[in-house]
Ligand binder design. Structure first.
Ligand code: NAD
Ligand code: UDP
Length: 313
């Protein structure tokens, strides 16, 4: 049997680079594409001698004609993902979620590949249903500051489904909930790197609002396993991939203090506009269809992440 080939868009990013590692470990050839807007070559530098990996520094909103030959899977993980990043790059975020995703779908059609979209729990906005099931249509402010990301991802899902319906591209849609682990940028502004870096540096932990808003954190290895299984399924509707273990942000701040072994104070800062009040995936669909559920517990995942951040601080 000939070697399989994946094209991973956003390959120098946090999740994308872990996916590259997984596909190579499974014996695939991988072409990585990234324009390095929020990613870094450091995430893939360990692959510089890997003959089954090649890297194309390119914007997925431009031509992808340089990618020739058969491709088995196109995995689209290219997009600024942290609030700080997408608020700093609003147009790039809107473009990559629309033009970039259509280019990626065209690449999948041209090469006969299955297309996997990294969608997000943000399509549920500030949810009025809790936990969130895939059948929920969401509560998104289309003109709020987060809209550049949320609405781009909702468009990305819509165009992905249109390519399935009208162009017969095989598609997979992963609705990814807050994912964390090694290779997150320390300064990406997301709560995991921010609180850990603050605790490690002996600085106050900046909790937004009163910390009663909730999130549910999934370790990156569990996410990658979910992507692998989803790709290999034949399911074309969205699937939530996240960890249902839900914490308030205040509980999370205290957990960081405990796990880092630091007694830095927790200080309150203004809550950003439209910050979702609650977020927790209902993963029944992933369990039933993919036999998937997270395996890495919160303390274990955080220990591995903290160990990695310690080397970066
Ligand atoms: P990241 O910023 O670390 O990775 C994104 C990568 O895409 C970066 O390397 C960036 O340089 C690249 N990129 C962005 N725009 C590009 C363009 N126009 N052309 C080429 N490359 C481009 O973020 P991440 O956390 O790894 O997120 C990856 C994907 O997963 C994103 O689509 C994001 O929306 C999705 N997602 C992530 C999470 C999470 O918690 N990490 C949650 C939900 C969804
Ligand atoms: N948050 C916080 N302090 C920070 C960064 C984030 O309290 O320094 C909060 C933020 O308001 C949100 C939660 O942590 O309620 C998760 O934020 P993150 O940016 O990681 O992800 P998202 O809001 O996209 O889920």
């Amino acid at each position: 049997m000939s070697e399989k080939r994946a094209v991973i868009l956003g390959a120098a990013g946090f999740i994308g680079s872990h996916l590259v590692d997984r596909f190579l470990a499974e014996g695939w050839r991988v072409t990585g594409v990234d324009n390095l807007i929020t990613g870094t070559l450091r995430n893939i530098e360990h692959l510089s001698r890997e003959t089954r990996f090649d890297f194309l520094e390119a914007d997925v909103c431009g031509s992808l004609d340089a990618i020739q030959g058969t491709v088995d899977a196109v995995l689209d993980f290219a997009s600024p993902a942290s609030p700080i990043d997408y608020l700093e790059h609003p147009f790039e975020t809107l473009h990559v979620g629309s033009i970039g995703v259509e280019n990626a779908l065209k690449l999948a059609k041209r090469t006969g590949a299955v297309f996997l979209l990294s969608s997000t729990s943000e399509v549920y906005g500030d949810p009025l249903e809790h936990p969130q099931r895939e059948t929920y249509w969401g509560n998104v402010n289309p003109i709020g500051p987060r809209a550049v990301y949320d609405e781009a991802k909702r468009f990305a899902e819509a165009i992905t489904v249109a390519y399935r319906r009208y162009e017969k591209v095989q598609v997979r849609i992963a609705r990814i909930f807050n994912t964390y682990g090694p290779r997150m940028r320390l300064d990406d502004g997301r709560v995991v790197p921010t609180f850990v870096a603050q605790a490690l540096r002996g600085e106050p932990i900046t909790m937004f609002g009163d910390g009663s808003q909730t999130r549910s954190f999934c370790y990156v290895d569990d996410n990658v396993e979910g992507m692998w299984r989803l790709l290999h399924s034949s399911y074309e509707d969205p699937v939530n991939i996240g960890n249902p273990h839900e914490l308030t942000i205040l509980e999370f701040a205290k957990a960081v203090q405990r796990l880092v072994g630091s007694d830095v104070p927790i200080v309150s800062r203004p809550l950003p506009q439209d910050d979702p009040r609650v977020r927790r995936p209902d993963i029944t669909r992933a369990k039933e269809l993919l036999g998937w559920e997270p395996k890495v517990g919160f303390d274990e995942g955080m220990r591995r992440t903290i160990a990695w951040f310690e080397q970066q601080v």
